[in-house]
Design a protein around this ligand. Structure first.
Ligand SMILES: OC[C@H]1O[C@H](O[C@H]2O[C@H](CO)[C@@H](O)[C@H](O)[C@H]2O)[C@H](O)[C@@H](O)[C@@H]1O
Length: 583
C-alpha cells in the first residue's frame, strides 16, 4: 500500500496537486519538463489563489489558451534562475591536448574544451534568497550541466563531467561540483536524481564516492577528505538502508541492492506521460505501482529500457510491464562494491581503522554476492537477476561487464574472467555495429534500448576491458574506443554538436526514441571523448590509412579479435607514418 507515502516533494506548484495536474495535462509544451522548470512570479499562496480564481471563472473547465494565459501571467520563462557566467578556471591549452597526435582530433579536442564555457551555470543570488519561488535546488558553487533541457546538475552524469573537467584542468569547478553534492547529502541525506525539488524522492547511480576518488587522484587534498568523510559515510548508508533487498539464492541469503523509490504519484516533469501509461490500469493501487516502477527506472539512469520489463519472465513488453524494483542490476551492485572498497581505502588513509574494517567487510560481502548470484561461467558474464522468478536475465547489456571496471571480481583469477568475457563479447557480436556498442539488443522504442548507444556505457566497457591489462581485452577496448571517437567526430563534423546519445547501427548516427528529442551539449559525452582521447590519443586517428573513417574497422576484425588487433596496429602505424608522427 503506497497511500501513506509522500509526494515527490511538498510543493503544490511543482510536485503535486490540482494546479500541476491542470497545467501538465493541458500539454502546453512539447516537453513536460518546461513547466516545472519555470520560476514563480509571486509566492506560491498567491499563485494558488490566482489558479483558484481562474478555475472558478471558467467553471472548472478552462481552455488550453486560458491555462496558457494563467501560466504566462504567473510564471517566468524557464532558465531564469541563472546569470551570465563562465568558469574562471577555464584554460586554453590543458596538457592532455598534447597527447593527441592526430591534428584533426586535436582541433576537435580544443573545441570540446571550449564547450565547458557554454555548459557552466551559476545561480543568481536571488535563488538563494527566495528558494521558494524556484524548483531548482540552490547550490553554492556553479555547475557544468548536461545541456539542452537538462539545465541543472544530474547525479551520475557528473562523474563523466568531472572526469572531463579534470582533464581540462578545471580543478576549482570540479571541486565545486563535488562540494555541492556533499552539501546536498548533508542537507537531504542523499543526492537526488538532479538539481530540482521534483527529483527529491529518488536518486541516481551512486557515483559520489568515485567522484571524490577522481578528485583525490587529481589534487590529493587529504584535508578535503577528512572534512567530508562523514558525509560520504552518510551517502553509502542511504543506499544500504533504502535499497537493500534480501536475495535467497541456492540456499543462501545475500544482501543486494536494487533501484526503488518511495513517493506517490507520477513524475512531475513527465506528468502527462506517466498518467497516459497509467490509463492501462484500472485501480489507484495499480497506477501507483506503475508510478513507482517508472520513478525507480528513472533512478537507475536507464529511463526507460526493456532492461526493466518483465513479461512472462522475458524482457518483452512496454512501459506497463516495468518491474524495475524486481530486478537486481549488475551495475548498481558493482558500484556499491566499488564504493565500499574506496571508503575502506579512504578511512585507512585517515587512520579510521574501525570504519575501514567495516567497509572491507561490506566490500567482501558485496563481492561475494556478485560472484555467487550474478556471475555465470557458462555465459561468460554477470547478469541481472529477477527477484520474482529467481532466474537470471540472460540479455546483452554493456553493464554485464561492469564488475571489470569497478574491480569487483577475484582479480587473482583475472585471466579466467577475462577469457570468459572475451568469449561472451564475441558470441553476442556487439562489435559488428558501426557507431558503437548498443544499449540492448531489443528495439522497444525506448531511449535506453537498441539502437541507441550511450557515452557512459561505452566508457564502462572500454575502461573495464582496459583495466584488466590483458592484451586481447586491451586491444578490444582500444577498438571500441576508436569506433566511438570516430563516430562522435563524424557527427561533430556535420553538426558541430555533441549529443546526449548516438545510434550504434549508423556511423555518425544520432540517438532517438523515448519521451524527448535528442539533446545537444553534452556533459557526459564530452567527458567520455576527452577521457578516450587522453588514453588513446597517441595511436588514435580520425581516419584510417585509406583516408576515410568508416569507424567500422571493428566490423572487419570484430569476429577475430586477435587478427583484428594486428590489423589495427598496422593501420595505426601506416596512419602515423602518413601523418608524419612516427620516426
Ligand atoms: O525527463 C525525463 C528523464 O530525464 C532524465 O533522464 C535522462 O537524462 C539524464 C541527464 O542526462 C540522465 O542522467 C538519464 O540517464 C537519462 O535517462 C532524468 O534523469 C530522469 O529522471 C527523467 O525522468
Amino acid at each position: 500500500d503506497r497511500s501513506n507515502l509522500p509526494a515527490p516533494c511538498e510543493s503544490l506548484i511543482y510536485c503535486h496537486g490540482p494546479l500541476l495536474h491542470t497545467v501538465q495535462m493541458a500539454g502546453l509544451y512539447n516537453d513536460s519538463k518546461t513547466f516545472v522548470d519555470k520560476k514563480m512570479k509571486s509566492p506560491a499562496n498567491i499563485i494558488l489563489d490566482n489558479f483558484q480564481s481562474m478555475m472558478n471563472r471558467t467553471d472548472y473547465r478552462p481552455t488550453k489558451e486560458q491555462i496558457r494565459t494563467f501560466v504566462d501571467d504567473n510564471f517566468d520563462v524557464e532558465g531564469s534562475e541563472f546569470e551570465e557566467w563562465q568558469p574562471l578556471d577555464w584554460k586554453h591549452n590543458p596538457a592532455f591536448l598534447q597527447r593527441i597526435k592526430d591534428p584533426l582530433l586535436l582541433e576537435w579536442a580544443k573545441n570540446l574544451n571550449e564547450l565547458w564555457l557554454n555548459l557552466g551555470r551559476k545561480m543568481k543570488d536571488e535563488v538563494r534568497e527566495h528558494q521558494d519561488l524556484y524548483s531548482i535546488i540552490y547550490v553554492d558553487h556553479p555547475v557544468i550541466v548536461p545541456g539542452g533541457r537538462f539545465r541543472e546538475f544530474y547525479y551520475w552524469d557528473s562523474y563523466w563531467i568531472i572526469k572531463g573537467l579534470l582533464l581540462s584542468e578545471m580543478h576549482a569547478t570540479a571541486t565545486g561540483m563535488v562540494t555541492n553534492f556533499l552539501d546536498i547529502v548533508d542537507k537531504y541525506g542523499f543526492i537526488p536524481n538532479g538539481g530540482r525539488i521534483y527529483y527529491l524522492m529518488r536518486s541516481q547511480p551512486p557515483l559520489l564516492i568515485p567522484m571524490v576518488k577522481l578528485l583525490m587522484e587529481d589534487i590529493g587534498d587529504i584535508d578535503f577528505l577528512k572534512r567530508h568523510i562523514g558525509t560520504m559515510d552518510k551517502e553509502f548508508d542511504f543506499w544500504v538502508k533504502n535499497h537493500t533487498v534480501e536475495v535467497d539464492y541456492n540456499g543462501r541469503k545475500y544482501q543486494m541492492t536494487r533501484y526503488s523509490e518511495q513517493s506517490q504519484g507520477p513524475r512531475p516533469e513527465s506528468y502527462k506521460e506517466d498518467i497516459d501509461v497509467a490509463r492501462h490500469f484500472d485501480t489507484v493501487d495499480k497506477k501507483e505501482e506503475l508510478y513507482a516502477e517508472l520513478k525507480s527506472a528513472a533512478e537507475s539512469g536507464w529511463d526507460f529500457s526493456s532492461r526493466w520489463f518483465i513479461l512472462n519472465g522475458t524482457n518483452k513488453g512496454n512501459l506497463t510491464n516495468l518491474k524495475t524494483r524486481s530486478i537486481v542490476p549488475v551495475d548498481l551492485n558493482a558500484f556499491m562494491c566499488w564504493n565500499a572498497q574506496l571508503m575502506a581505502e579512504f578511512h585507512e588513509l585517515l587512520e579510521n581503522f574501525e570504519k575501514a574494517k567495516y567497509y572491507r567487510m561490506m566490500h567482501a560481502k558485496i563481492k561475494e554476492a556478485i560472484e555467487h548470484v550474478l556471475w555465470h561461467e557458462d555465459v561468460g558474464a554477470w547478469l541481472d537477476y529477477n527477484l520474482k522468478s529467481g532466474r537470471r536475465r540472460d540479455y546483452f547489456y554493456p553493464t554485464n561487464i561492469v564488475p571489470l571496471w569497478t574491480g569487483c571480481y577475484d582479480v587473482e583469477r583475472s585471466d579466467y574472467y577475462v577469457s570468459r568475457v572475451i568469449n561472451y563479447l564475441e558470441k553476442v557480436k556487439v562489435d559488428i555495429f558501426e557507431g558503437g556498442i548498443p544499449t540492448t539488443l531489443e528495439h522497444s522504442g525506448e531511449q535506453w534500448d537498441y539502437p541507441n548507444a550511450w557515452p557512459p556505457l561505452q566508457y564502462m566497457m572500454v575502461m573495464g576491458l582496459d583495466n584488466t591489462r590483458n592484451d586481447v581485452a586491451m586491444r578490444l577496448a582500444s577498438e571500441m574506443a576508436t569506433k566511438w571517437v570516430r563516430s562522435n567526430f563524424e557527427v561533430w563534423k556535420q553538426k558541430k554538436a555533441m549529443l546526449e546519445k548516438y545510434d550504434a547501427t549508423i556511423f555518425g548516427g544520432f540517438g532517438g526514441g523515448g519521451e524527448y528529442v535528442v539533446q545537444k551539449g553534452f556533459g557526459w559525452t564530452n567527458g567520455v571523448v576527452m577521457a578516450l582521447l587522453n588514453l588513446y590519443g597517441d595511436t588514435l586517428y580520425a581516419a584510417d590509412a585509406f583516408g576515410d573513417a568508416p569507424g567500422q574497422s571493428g566490423a572487419v576484425y570484430g569476429a577475430h579479435v586477435g587478427a583484428g588487433g594486428i590489423f589495427t596496429a598496422l593501420l595505426v602505424v601506416i596512419a602515423s607514418v602518413a601523418a608524419g608522427t612516427l620516426g
